[in-house]
Design a protein around this ligand. Structure first.
Ligand code: AP5
Length: 191
């Protein structure tokens, strides 16, 4: 299985990606987690990314793409992946496709987690400052960035017949069951 979870900050991408990865026996790859690990390690890449993440802006494509590309290809060879947070704009989506297509590693499905904005804010604010970008003004900025730069991916993937929209303002178990109903139930290396 090769699937992308697409949704606003707080829509439950990380929560559902973890479960899907276990269910399908594939790797969960989150660019947000990878970036936070780089920042915590103090690497050059982490130092370059830190200010963008703090502000709630997208980290430049030139920083993100080398961080994730090889991992996606390796996971695909090992049986598949659940992508969470990448691609996040049209440039990343087109580049990821160009690289993946040569290896037969392109997406089989894109799941859009749809949650009304007041619920997104409630979830992120009540996460309780667990993350440096969870301050309310930064959350609002992340939501704006999502609307401007990431929502164009909905049409992009719908046009490729890959998009499934799931109402994700219900309990995590219900969201998970709804996602599974829409995905082919195969765990083999061919998908
Ligand atoms: P990233 O880590 O991807 O953060 P995000 O998109 O803002 O999303 P979150 O992790 O806040 O939410 P989520 O949708 O994963 O929901 P979660 O399951 O955690 O990115 C962080 C930053 O890194 C970006 O702002 C950017 O700077 C940079 N970045 C990352 N990828 C990049 C890229 N490709 N290019 C450039 N820059 C990039 O759930 C949220 C909360 O809600 C939790 O408390 C959870 O317990 C709760 N919850 C989940 N599901 C439910 C439910 N069904 N009901 C009630 N509560 C729920």
């Amino acid at each position: 299985m090769r699937v992308l979870l697409l949704g606003a900050p707080g829509s439950g991408k990380g929560t559902q990606a973890e479960r899907l990865a276990v269910h399908f026996g594939v790797e969960h790859l989150s660019t947000g987690e990878l970036l936070r690990a780089e920042i915590a390690s103090g690497s050059a890449l982490g130092r370059e990314a830190a200010a963008y993440v703090e502000r709630g802006d997208l980290v430049p494509d030139s920083v993100v793409e080398p961080l994730i590309t090889d991992k996606v290809l390796a996971a695909s060879r090992a049986g598949g992946y659940v992508l969470d947070g990448f691609p996040r704009n049209l440039h990343q989506a087109r580049l990821a496709y160009d690289i993946a297509v040569t290896e037969g590693a392109t997406l089989q499905a894109v799941v859009h987690l749809e949650v009304p904005e007041p619920e997104l804010l409630r979830r992120l604010v009540s996460r309780g400052q667990g993350r440096s970008d969870d301050e309310e003004a930064t959350i609002r900025h992340r939501l704006n960035v999502y609307r401007e730069l990431t929502t164009p991916l909905l049409d992009y993937y719908a046009g490729r017949g890959l998009l499934h929209t799931v109402q994700a303002d219900v309990a995590p178990d219900e969201v998970f069951a709804d996602i599974l109903r829409r995905l082919p139930q195969r765990r083999t290396a061919s998908g």
